[in-house]
Write a protein that binds this ligand. Structure first.
Ligand code: ADP
Ligand code: MG
Length: 367
């Protein structure tokens, strides 16, 4: 059993000059066999969380259970977890074979058994031809495959990955990402995987935990987080280009509920009108993805602006539009659309896929 249960964990780093709360009352559970990704901006506490689970840091408060056993005070080597780091951390003077065999040797596994497991794992990771080389004779991608191989050869209950792909170039990153996903499907071992890359998180995770300032803002399936962000931070962090936020106020107009925002005065319909009825005079932000804003056409949420940037990405265009009051939106459109900088355009927001967030610091989703 390899479930990981993080309960109310806090960890601060204090010295004479600094007092950083790295993890702030974090609770998070990965089910046995689950691939759970922790994603968030640099400095939000991802690595510290992973190091607490591994036992490399001890928490100031809270507990860690692995497979139902409280391991908060258990030493790293007795937790049955294997960690893979961004910088590979291979032993430079040892061959690939010896790097992979090292953990088993430490556990006094019989030689024949070590040989069998190393070769089996090398086969799985495509490392068979590299077993006699040293890390210095390998590319970055190969080194990281060895690091992953070294972790899985021990058959731990839980894998901990800390940004394992960050040092690789874009193409290799995608290749190894697919390989790690396939590996998980095959081994079905619990994985806690840390990345700052939201796309990587979405691609890999059974579930994704979006972290900010030492806490989990939202935990859910990738699509759920993308479609229904709990707050503005999650909405803006997940998805590229970042979710547009159109500022405005909710007003009453006779029987109607109106959003008076940067790109126009829009009478709200259906679910939005019902949910925002009580928010008269409140500042809100309308969150909408680039995919859900169109150039031209009719709709109840239409406005005008001026194009100030067009990015051609091959399969689509990102068109950046500025309103009269200086607010901006980015929309995605087909690469065959004729549109130029300084052109005046009308935009239409697809209300079905738009959300309203509170205009305060917390920015909870209202609907
Ligand atoms: P992430 O992995 O999400 O980038 P970290 O967990 O590494 O974030 O760090 C969280 C915060 O804790 C950061 O502000 C970082 O500077 C601080 N921090 C991490 N490790 C230490 C340490 N050993 N000493 C002091 N501060 C630390
Ligand atoms: Mg980190």
């Amino acid at each position: 059993m390899g479930s990981v249960d993080i309960q109310n964990v806090s960890k601060a780093f204090r010295s004479r000059r600094t007092n950083v709360v790295a993890v702030d009352g974090l609770s998070l559970t990965a089910a046995d066999g689950e691939f759970l990704v922790l994603v968030g901006p640099s400095g939000c506490g991802k690595s510290t969380t992973l190091r607490v689970v591994a036992g490399l840091e001890s928490p100031d408060a809270g507990t860690i259970c692995i497979g139902g056993r409280d391991v908060t005070r258990v030493s790293p080597k007795d937790r049955d977890v294997a960690m893979v780091f961004q910088n590979y951390a291979l032993y430079p003077h040892m061959t690939v074979y010896k790097n992979m065999a090292f953990g088993l040797k430490m556990r006094k596994t019989p030689k024949v058994e070590i040989d069998r497991q190393v070769r089996e794992t090398a086969e799985l990771m495509g490392l068979t031809d590299l077993l006699d080389r040293r890390p210095g004779e390998l590319s970055g991608g190969e080194q990281q495959r060895v690091a992953v191989g070294r972790a899985i050869v021990r058959k731990p209950n839980v894998f901990l990955f800390d940004e394992p792909l960050s040092n690789l170039d874009a193409k290799l990153r995608l290749e190894l990402r697919a390989q790690i996903k396939a590996l998980h499907r095959r081994l079905q071992t619990t994985i806690l995987y840390v990345t700052h890359d939201q796309q990587e998180a979405m691609a890999l995770g059974d579930r994704v935990a979006v972290m900010n300032e030492g806490r989990a803002c939202q935990v859910g399936a990738p699509q759920e987080i993308y479609d229904w962000p709990d707050d503005r931070f999650v909405g803006e962090f997940v998805g590229a280009p970042t979710m547009n936020m159109i500022r405005g106020r909710i007003e009453r107009d006779g029987d109607g509920v109106v959003f008076d925002g940067d790109f126009g005065r829009w009478v709200l319909a259906g679910e939005h009108a019902r949910a925002l009825e009580g928010f008269e005079n409140c500042a809100v932000e309308l969150g909408v993805r680039a995919n859900d804003v169109r150039l031209g056409g009719d709709g109840s949420m239409a406005g005008v602006g001026t194009v100030f940037l067009v990015e051609s990405l091959g399969d689509c265009l990102h068109v950046h539009v500025r309103s009269a009051n200086g607010a901006t939106v980015v929309l995605r459109t087909g690469s065959d659309v004729q549109v130029a900088v300084e052109q005046d355009v009308s935009i239409v927001v697809d209300g079905v896929h738009a959300h309203f967030f509170a205009g305060d610091d917390e920015g909870r989703r209202l609907c």
